[in-house]
Ligand binder design. Structure first.
Ligand code: ADP
Ligand code: MG
Length: 243
């Protein structure tokens, strides 16, 4: 077989093997996600595809930057004790990141929706520990100057519970950057607020909890980030009023 050829690089052989048994699990606007295995470990492959409306050279370079940024942010989070999937391998040729598959997890979005459906009376009360954990993680992330860029409840995976404390894994760092500006951190929180309230109506109290724990964790910057968040909200409101 051609891939047994000694001139065929081992990494390529490995990729061929992984590709043979992978299954498409999600097709997004920018990437396809496959599940498979990597050296016998459950693996998720995130493959970015090209955008036909972009110039091919520009597209290649943007995609490549996105991948580098995503991997860098994931590693940086892990260095600071913020759970993200372990990165196994990057293949720029196919614009793919091979990472740990977070097994038996569900998105926080799904968990909130399920809880709201199952316990319409006291869903918010039951979800408080999740909001507290999100606040802590984001506080830690921002105090290390990592701005996520796309904070939604779909980009957080609930992996399970340890001593009644939820284990949440952050994913999808393709729009992240390193920044110590309070403005960018305020925008990051605003994006989450909009996503949370529009996807899960009636969760204002949960966002308050996120902010409470965020502030307790990112003490040094809390006041300034909250001020920026308020400014961004005002701008948002003005925009909706104008049209
Ligand atoms: N490492 C992972 N383990 C388990 N599920 C994952 C993992 N990475 C992504 N997913 C699932 O795939 C979905 C899309 O992945 P994501 O990185 O957010 O890509 P997109 O840019 O398309 O939003 C996530 O919402 C989650 O359900
Ligand atoms: Mg996503």
């Amino acid at each position: 077989m051609w891939w047994w050829s000694p001139r065929y690089p081992f990494s390529q052989y490995l990729i061929t093997l992984i590709e043979m048994d992978r299954k498409l699990v999600q097709q997004g606007a920018e990437a396809r996600l496959y599940s498979g295995s990597f050296y016998g470990r459950p693996c998720m492959v995130k493959e970015r595809f090209s955008k036909s409306y972009r110039h091919p050279t520009l597209d290649k370079s943007l995609t490549s930057q996105r991948i580098k940024g995503e991997v860098r942010a994931m590693l940086r989070c892990r260095t600071h004790g913020i759970p993200t999937p372990t990165v196994y391998m990057v293949d720029q040729e196919s614009s793919s990141i091979y990472m740990e598959l977070i097994e038996d997890s569900m998105t926080v979005r799904q968990h909130i929706a399920d809880t709201q459906q199952q316990y319409p009376e006291d869903a918010v009360e039951r979800l408080q520990p999740i909001a507290a954990e999100i606040g802590k993680l984001l506080g830690k992330m921002h105090s290390n100057n990592i701005v996520h860029g796309d904070l939604t409840t779909s980009n957080m995976l609930l992996k399970g519970w340890v001593d009644e404390r939820p284990v949440i894994v952050l994913i999808d760092f393709g729009l992240s950057h390193f920044e110590n500006l309070a403005e960018d951190k305020g925008v990051d929180l605003y994006v989450l607020e909009r996503a949370l309230l529009s996807t899960h109506p009636g969760t204002e109290d949960l966002f308050d909890t996120v902010l409470k724990y965020y502030s307790a964790t990112n003490k040094k910057e809390a006041v300034e980030v909250m001020k920026k968040l308020e400014e961004v909200r005002m701008r948002g409101r003005k925009r909706t009023m104008v049209g």
